[in-house]
Ligand binder design. Structure first.
Ligand code: ADP
Ligand code: MG
Length: 679
């Protein structure tokens, strides 16, 4: 049922609700509180502690007239009293507040305690007039926008819940609910929003987490089972040219790279298909590891395919591969969405005939009708940009091929195990020698010109720079437009004596290519870009990364962007330009200036914002988790994982009792399997 059928929702409000992602009554029912206020915490004034949230019932005792502060704000103070003492309500810039109260009136106040100069204050407390004796209860606090207030969203959700029986049906079988003490779905949904008490609230939240995680686990396990791991991959021995190949590389492999390569080559010798995740921070040198695996495969007469999330990256890999492998008589080809049909058909024919040993491509690799002659190795680079389904589709092109997955996203081991099923994991925990820390600075927009002066001095030294733009909040402009404007501005001002290039996702691939090549050749000094340069791009001569509106990015993304510099012998710098209006934003910028370690950044990010940013399921092409958190709820993760495994292994999942659960899994995964993050 559409949300506008709810009482009180007109066209306007329904538009505002859409902005919150609420289109239907069911969406509203699944729009969960971000927090709760416990109005049962009623204390005498003398027991109140600074910083805590409290409720108090008191009488209006004195209303002061509005006062203007030195900073030009209106300050309003109202004194309330009850038998335990006096408490002062403080409001800023809400002069009308003084007219909403009358002396002698009884009110319930709820807010944060601030103890200042001998006073107990509540800062901008919520209030309810003439409350009954049995006040309080636990109230939901929803994420809102400036068009929809707490009051309104509460009402909408309350109304929506009146239809809950029509909108949702129980899909967890009764026996499961009995064993694990799980409330039914209607009880759970009602209590998640408007809890009867703390105990039921906890049970209800846990139920929602349980169902989300169980569905996720079942989907993952069932997807994996489709890729039946049979013992009939092509066994690929280490070719006799391997040593010569390694010796001819322009650098010595790091210890971590060598170890990882050993693990891969050992896997490939077996008839059991390799299933390995290579995890290494940006710049740790994952590409060469992949190239060596493909080299070995080709020298044994087999084909390999490598999938990258952007055309720029696919091309770059293609060039690295041909550069290193051509002289061994190995033929590589590129397959991307932007090639003409004729070009594609030509490549497809040569892949099918087996003439091409290595194919590098974007998702075109799975979209086009690619038929391989003898595909034995499948690699996905920057796996976090692909969905589970896409990896599975590429794998299905081969006959139980060996699988290698590469990612720069640091994932704690427990989570990696969960995300990637039973993959083996190699970690490249060492950067090539000579790499220096990328010095990172956080500056305010007012200091911008100093940043650009600095860029100039680097260009004078022969280096190059990136300037990454993003949107300023609530701007209607396309990201691309903002890059176009910045490029224009910079080329007319700071960098009028240099070449400024422009790169964004809306350009056609030929143009992108040209620009990228010019940047690589050093013809472009400053590359103004959107986040399309985020993954994988490798131009070792670039030493400065300027990120405008840096507070608009997550830490993971900033870390990836910063990884574009510091890839060669030169000292490199990252300059974050941001207003950073909130405390959290400042903290995030500070973290970036303090460490270059992806794992540390991941941890800090989790502390600040939960797992969403780094380990969010959406990032991995999985259904979104609205309530559960893969780190905080690790116990439920484990429990549901065991349950899902048992259901699948025993075949119980196919019994009629589980039909609705199966359907739920299909629904959830059906949507998200197609979820991609291509620029
Ligand atoms: P990532 O792990 O981010 O994919 P790349 O594979 O793109 O990193 O490697 C980053 C840069 O480091 C490339 O220029 C690559 O040639 C270089 N490189 C890789 N391994 C080594 C090594 N062992 N010694 C020196 N440079 C290396
Ligand atoms: Mg890479």
């Amino acid at each position: 049922m559409e949300i506008q059928y709810i009482k009180g929702v007109g066209p306007k409000l329904s538009k505002y609700l859409n902005l919150l992602g609420i289109y239907t009554v069911k969406d509203a029912i699944y729009y969960f509180p971000r927090d709760y206020e416990d109005r049962n915490n009623i204390k005498p004034v003398y027991d109140m502690v600074d910083g805590e949230m409290v409720s108090i019932i008191a009488e209006v005792s004195l209303i002061y007239p509005s006062k203007k502060t030195s900073t030009g704000k209106y300050l309003n103070r109202i004194i309330f009293k009850n038998s335990s003492g006096y408490i002062v309500g403080v409001w800023f810039n809400q002069p009308y507040i003084k007219n909403t109260f009358k002396v002698g009136e009884r009110v319930l106040l709820y807010g944060k305690v601030s103890k200042r100069m001998g006073e107990v204050q509540l800062i901008e407390p919520q209030y309810e007039k003439n409350p009954g004796e049995a006040v309080g209860g636990i109230n939901p606090i929803y994420p809102i926008n400036k068009y929809v207030s707490q009051k309104v969203i509460r009402k909408i959700i309350y109304q929506s819940l009146l239809n809950v029986e029509k909108e949702v049906s129980e899909f967890l079988p009764e026996n499961l609910r009995k064993i694990y003490n799980i409330p039914d779905i209607v009880t759970a949904l009602k209590n998640v929003h408007f809890p009867a008490d703390k105990f039921v609230l906890k049970l209800s939240i846990d139920r929602i987490k349980f169902e989300e995680l169980l569905v996720l686990q079942l989907g993952l396990i069932m997807a994996k089972n489709q890729l039946s791991v049979k013992e009939n991959a092509y066994p690929i021995p280490v070719c006799k040219e391997m040593k010569e190949f390694k010796d001819a590389l322009p650098f010595n492999l790091t210890g971590a790279q060598s170890k990882c390569i050993r693990e891969i080559l050992t896997d490939m010798k077996k008839t059991k298909p390799m299933n390995r995740l290579v995890q290494g921070d940006v710049g740790s040198g994952k590409t060469i590891v992949a190239i060596i695996a493909m080299f070995n495969c080709a020298m044994n007469g087999f084909q390999s395919a490598m999938m990258a999330p952007t055309e720029i990256l696919a091309e770059q890999h293609y060039h690295s591969i041909t550069g290193l492998l051509n002289r061994w008589g190995i033929t590589a080809a590129l397959l991307t969405g932007s090639m003409t049909k004729r070009e594609k058909d030509e490549v497809l024919k040569r892949i099918a005939s087996g003439e091409i040993d290595i194919v590098v491509g974007t998702h075109a690799l799975i979209q086009e009708n690619v038929e391989f002659k003898k595909l034995a190795l499948v690699i996905t680079d920057e796996q976090h940009r692909f969905g589970v389904r896409q990896r599975a589709e590429l794998i299905s092109k081969g006959h139980n091929p060996h699988v290698l997955v590469m990612t720069a996203t640091p994932i704690p081991r427990t989570l990696a195990l969960f995300m990637y099923g039973d993959m083996d994991i190699s970690i490249i925990n060492e950067l090539p020698p000579g790499r220096q820390k990328v010095d990172t600075y956080f500056i305010r927009p007012a200091m911008k010109n100093r940043a650009y002066d600095f860029v100039k001095t680097e260009i004078e030294k022969g280096r190059q720079a990136y300037v990454v733009c993003s949107l300023v909040e609530e701007s209607e402009k396309l990201e691309a437009e903002s890059a176009v404007e910045t490029a224009e501005f910079l080329s007319k001002n700071y960098f009028k004596d240099y070449n400024v290039g422009l790169l964004h996702g809306k350009m056609n691939p030929k143009e992108k290519d040209e620009v990228m090549n010019k940047f690589k050749n050093g013809e472009i000094h400053v590359l103004v870009s959107t986040t399309v340069v985020e993954v994988g791009v490798n131009v070792p001569n670039a030493t400065v990364m300027v990120i405008e509106n840096a507070d608009r990015f997550g830490l993971a993304q900033l870390h990836q962007l910063r990884g574009r510099v510091g890839r060669g012998q030169y000292k490199s710098y990252c300059i974050l330009i941001a207003e950073a209006k909130t405390n959290e934003a400042v903290q995030r910028m500070d973290i970036m200036t303090k460490t270059n370690d992806g794992f540390v950044i991941a941890e800090k990010d989790m502390e600040l914002r939960g797992t969403g940013e780094f380990f969010g399921t959406k990032q991995h092409g999985l259904p979104e988790l609205k309530m559960a958190d893969l780190v905080r709820d690790i116990e439920i993760v484990k429990k549901t994982r065991d349950i899902a495994r048992e259901l699948v292994e025993t075949g119980k999942i196919f019994e009629s009792e589980y039909e609705l659960l199966r359907r739920e899994v299909n629904n959830k995964f059906g949507d998200s399997f197609d979820y991609t993050m291509f620029n």
